[in-house]
Write a protein that binds this ligand. Sequence first.
Ligand SMILES: *Cc1c(COP(=O)(O)O)cnc(C)c1O
Length: 436
Amino acid sequence: MKYISTSKQAEPVSFLEAMRNGLAPDGGLYMPETVPVLDKAFWDSISEYKFSEIAFRIAKPWLNNELSDNELQQVIETAFNFSANVHSLQKQHILELFHGPTFAFKDFGARFMARLFSEKAKKADQRVTILVATSGDTGSAVARGFYKVSGVNVCLLYPKGKVSPLQEKQMATLGENVTALEVDGVFDDCQRMVKQAFTDSELNRQLTLSSANSINIARLLPQSFYYAFAVSELKKMGHNEIIFSVPSGNFGNLTGGLIAKKMGLPVQRFIAATNRNEVVPDFLKGSEFSPKPSVQTISNAMDVGNPSNFVRMLHLYGGSEKAMRKEISGYSYSDDQTRETIREVYTNENYLLCPHTAIGYRAADEFRRETGSRAEIVTLATAHPIKFKDVIEKETGQEIPIPNQLKKDLQEEKKSIPMSSNFSEFKAFLMDQYRQ
Ligand SMILES: *Cc1c(COP(=O)(O)O)cnc(C)c1O
C-alpha cells in the first residue's frame, strides 16, 4: 500500500514513511492511494471479535508488509491496555473513549503511533527525537503515549503558565525519554521554535527529528478502530442501523469514522457537532467552506477555525461536496447551550458529560427531533468529565470523585526545564541532549 498527499505533488510513500514525515513535503496530508475494503463476512460477524482483533483486521492492510502480523499484534496489545465502553442512555448510546491514561480519546492515536515509531526506530536502528509544540491536550497524550517506549525521545514545548495544572502534571512530570520544556512565551513561540528546528540543516544532520501532531496518519488510523468496536457492541444488543455523532474540532476523529465506513463498516450517517467554531456545519448546510480565526469556548479542545482534516474528508468523497453533505449533518452550539445540556443530561439520566461530549449529545438529540430517524445514535465521549471539573460541578452541583490514577498524577513533581523563546538556546539544548 502506498500513501499519497492530498495536495497530489509529493512522492507516494509507505505507511511508516508517511508517519515519519507527518505532513507531506508538498504541505498536503497523507491518505492511502485507495482505502482497503474488508470482506463482508468480517463485518457480518464483527460482534464475535474483541477490540484488539478488530483493530488488527482494520490495520493490517494499511501496514501491509511493513510489520509482521506478530509485530502488529504486539503494537496493538501494548497500545490499547485500556478499553472503550458503550454506555446506553434512554435515547442514545455514549461511546466512552476516555478510559486511557490522559482521560481523553487522543490516547488511542498517541499510544498506537508511539509504538509504531518504536518499531520503525528498531528497523532503521536509529533513535528518533519527536518535537511537539503543545497548548495542552496533545502534549499530554503524546507524552504519556511515548513514555518509556524504546528507541524514541520526546521533547515537548509548552508555554509557561498557559496550560491547565492537570495538563502540566500529565506531561511535565514524566522524565526518562520524555523531556518537557517550559517556554517563556506563548504557544506560537513554541510552534515557531519547533518549525525552525525542522528546517535547520545542522540540527537535521546530527539528529533524526520527527513530529507527532494530530494530522499524522498513524494517529488517524486507530481512530477508526473504535467505530467498528461500537458497531460490534450495538449488534450484540440487536441493533443494525447506526449513526455516529462526533464532537469535532480539527475533524480527525470524524475522519476516522469515515475511513471505517469506507472499509465496509455499516454506518448510516455521521453528525458533525461543533461549538461556535462552526465552519464545517456551515459548509454542510450549504455555505462555502471558509476558515475563520478560532473563538474561545468552554469546549476548548474543539476551538479550531480552520480544521486541517477537511481536505481528507473531501478526498474520501472523491472531491464531491454534494456527496459529503448527503452523508454528514452538521450542528453547532453556544457555551450556554452546552451548559444547559450538561445540566439536563445529569438531571434526566444521572450521567455526566464533558463539554465536548455534551455538544455531540445535543446534536444527536436535535437530529433525531428534526428527522424522526429511528436509527440508534452513538455519541462519542471524547473526554472524561473530571477534566472539566469546574464547569461540570458548577452546572450540576455534583462533586465529581477524582479517579485514583489522577490523584497519583497530581502528586507527581514537575520536572520541566525552563527555556527562553530564543531559537538558538533551544537548538543548543537539542544538540547537547540528543546528538548521537
Ligand atoms: C481533540 C479533542 C476533540 C476534537 O477532536 P478532533 O479530532 O480534533 O475533531 C474533541 N474533544 C476532546 C476532548 C479533544 O481532546
